[in-house]
Structures are given as structure tokens and as C-alpha cells.
Design a protein around this ligand. Sequence first.
Ligand code: SF4
Length: 301
Amino acid sequence: MIMKYQFQTAQDLLKLTSKFHLPISEITKLYESERSGKSISTIRLKMKTTRDVMYEAVKKGIKSKRTTQWTHSGGDAHKLYQKLKSLGDMMGNKVTVRAMAYAMAVSEQNAMMGKIVAFPTAGGAGVIPGVLFSCAEHFHAGKRKLLRGLFTSSAVGMIIANGATLSAAKGGCQAEVGAAVAMASAGLTEMRSGTPEQCFDAAAIGLKSYLGLVCDPLGGLVEVPCIKRNAIGSMAAIGASDMAIAGIKSKVPFDQVVSAMNNIAKGMSPKVRETALGGLATTEIGNDIKRKLGLPIIKEK
Ligand code: SF4
């Protein structure tokens, strides 16, 4: 069956947006409808559910002072959110501090086995709600605009999955937090009425900054450095979107960044691909945690 709206790469998608004079979010919806055989209203409803689950995780996370079972994380989203009452001793503004708080809120919920949306993965689940919800509050965006951001983000995620990977076991943290940053950068840019080209410039700038990032969680638990990486990733995505909106282009087109990511993934040591056998996982503190968990200790020179 020939599909009118099918795309595998950013280049394909840009051609479709120009052919049909539609934004990325609309083409994505049409493609999903064509691919799945479901109506546009069903696809939209599904994304609304996704948005609502994300929002619940944010709301729960910013209130929670609980720590995880092993007490390696928890309560930091709440601390940061409290700072929004008076930003006096913060260098970030309301949008960025709130984005970090929201990103941490979702990631802390994930660490506590709360309900989150693995968008694109559980480890990188904080970045997109952090960025999109905080920025939507800033420009009083309605729920429809937020959905546009989510559809555009999902298109970028699909392109990364096609051309590289969204699995940390294959590509390290560039495939989790890095992919989430690229997705959020593009989603936010469309919410700001950026052109499809600007969305991909933002995604390319975001992803380029995360190429080669390893996966090295302490004790193999998705807590440290994962939660704070999501917070920092949300600031990176806002920065990438700002650059694209200012008219700054990525020298390397998005598809080529994805291809570079894939090549880096292939050459990445298995020690830093979700095995907790290298990087931060084998620091002194990393090994202390492993001992408590009864995991074998790796001493690196
Ligand atoms: S360090 Fe590994 S487990 Fe943690 S967010 Fe990154 S990819 Fe996921």
C-alpha cells in the first residue's frame, strides 16, 4: 500500500510539509492515521491521554518529598519548585527553573515506580513534559498547542528510532536523554510557530550537544545521574529552540546528526551501555551502592 504521508527521515518529512503546506504535527497525525488505520480523532484522543498522564506525573512529582527505596533520589523536584515562589537566588528564569522542576518531577516518579509516559523512554521521560508544560504555561498556550508540540516531538523520535536507536543498551544516554532533548527542542519550536526547518534546526542543535553521552547509572538504577540529566536536558532543549527561533541554523542537517549518532552507538563500549560497568557507575560511590545491592564490583584503573 502506498502511503501518502509516510516518512523515515527529516528530509522526507520536510518535503511533505512543503508539499501539503502543513506543519510537522499535522503530517505526523496524518501518517499515524494512515499507518494504523485509526481515525484522526482517535489518534488525537490517544495523544491527549499521553498528555494527561504526563501532567499527572508532573503534579505528583513536584509535591513529593519522598525518597526512593535506596534513598539515592527523591524530593529534589519539590525543592526546585519551591524556588519559583521567589527566584531571588536563582540564575535561571521562571521558565527554565520550572522546566527543570517538572523534568525532575517526572523522572523522580519514574524512579519511584510511579506512572509516567516513556516518551521516548522511561530514563528520558522528564525532558519533554518539563519543556513543553513549562513553556506552555509561560505563553498561556491552550491544550491544542501542547498537542502540536507532542506530535512534533514524536515525529523526531520516530526519525531517530529509524536512523539510529532509542535504546540505551545500544546507544548509551545519547539515545535516551539526547533523543528526548532533540524531540523537545523541535516540539517547543513548533509551539512557538517556528517553521518545520526551524524545528529540525532546533532538534539538530539539541542532539548534537548530546552525541556520545554514555549510560552509566549508579547501581544500574535509573536515578543517578538520570534524574538531573533530564533537568539539564530541559534547559538545553529550550536553548536549542531559542537559537533556531533566532534564525541560527545547524550546519549539520538533522538526518546527518542521526547518522553520526548511529555510528557513535556502534563504537560505544558495552561498559557504558546500560550495564553499569563503567563511567559514573564504577566510581567509589558507584561501587558503594553496588556493594549494598550485592552487585559485583568493577575496579577501573
Ligand atoms: S544514564 Fe542510562 S539509565 Fe540513566 S537516563 Fe541515561 S540512558 Fe537512561
